[in-house]
Design a protein around this ligand. Structure first.
Ligand code: API
Length: 289
């Protein structure tokens, strides 16, 4: 099957964008994996499928598939690229675009300086809702936050803060993000049995009360150059622990993201960052196995 696609990236987190507004492609997990494959396909961290509005008051729906072919609830960098795509390709003339995702409706806004600002909704900090299985564990209180112990393969314990931004995150503090053992700890945390839906693992270094450095080993994609929902989760964790202010610059390997949160659970987290077209293309993909 021949399909047309657009390659985009947001702070180095890269995407294949598919326009399904005139008809769904009905791709299989194996076909999503093929598109994401950096040797046999196009190459991407996630595949974003732009679909028609499912109901009144909503402008579009967008589906997110990780490189491993699994569909997920939310993607922050993807939301910015989605908004840039539908606006610049003439699918809408709105600058605030309401889009339905598996985890609910978010509202990316194209702002004057060319970046995109997204209301990412409220964080979820109740362990069972992340979901994180806390049965039999004793948390450690840090400020207004609870950190939970994860027993790792080498019998060491890693203290993490579970946070959901619609998708699950485990945030842990490191002294130096650049030298943190992301390749060793990331896979163990991603598939830890205490996270029944697996988890995105964020390695967070505090530079000041308003600047952090973050690396994320993403569920279903491995380490990416940036993770938008991961940046939101990391800042929520830091604010909850009393270590960060309400506006934080998040340095990722792929670029800078601005995150803002009041510290009140009832309030949304806001993320601002870049969204960039890379190229358009078409590719022959194998029929669905
Ligand atoms: N790997 C994530 C989805 C993509 C999130 C990330 N690319 C972002 O920008 O938020 C998950 O399985 O929940």
């Amino acid at each position: 099957m021949q399909i047309r696609f657009t390659k985009m990236q947001g702070a180095g987190n890269d995407f294949v964008v598919l326009d399904e507004t005139r008809g769904l492609l009905g791709l299989s997990p194996a076909q999503y994996r093929f598109l994401a494959d950096r040797h046999f396909g196009v190459g991407a961290d996630q595949i974003l499928s732009v679909r028609p509005a499912p109901e009144a008051g909503i402008d579009f729906e967008y589906a997110i598939h990780n490189a491993d072919g699994g569909e997920v609830e939310q993607c922050g960098n993807g939301a910015r690229c989605f908004a840039r795509y539908v606006h610049d390709r003439g699918l809408t003339d709105k600058s605030v675009i309401r889009v339905k995702t598996l985890s609910g409706v978010i509202a990316p806004e194209l702002v004057a300086d060319g970046r995109v600002r997204v209301d990412m909704g409220r964080p979820e900090l109740r362990p069972a809702q992340v979901p994180f299985d806390a049965a039999g564990l004793a948390p450690r209180s840090e400020g207004a936050a609870q950190l939970w112990p994860l027993l790792l393969d080498d019998a060491s314990t890693q203290w993490v803060m579970p946070v959901s931004m619609g998708n699950p995150h485990a945030v842990l503090w490191v002294d130096d993000a650049d030298t943190a053992p992301v390749a060793v700890l990331g896979p163990q945390i991603e598939r830890h049995p205490r996270f029944p839906q697996r988890v995105n693992a964020g390695f967070l270094q505090r530079l000041s009360r308003s600047e952090v450095r973050l690396r994320v080993f993403e569920r279903g994609a491995g380490e990416t150059l940036a993770c938008g929902t991961g940046a939101c989760a990391a800042v929520v964790a830091g604010i909850r622990q009393g270590l960060l202010d309400t506006q934080v610059q998040v340095h990722t390997r792929g670029g800078l993201l601005g995150i803002a949160w009041s510290g009140n659970d009832a309030d949304s987290v806001f993320m601002t960052g870049p969204a960039t077209f890379v190229f358009d293309g078409q590719i022959e993909i194998p029929e669905a196995p």
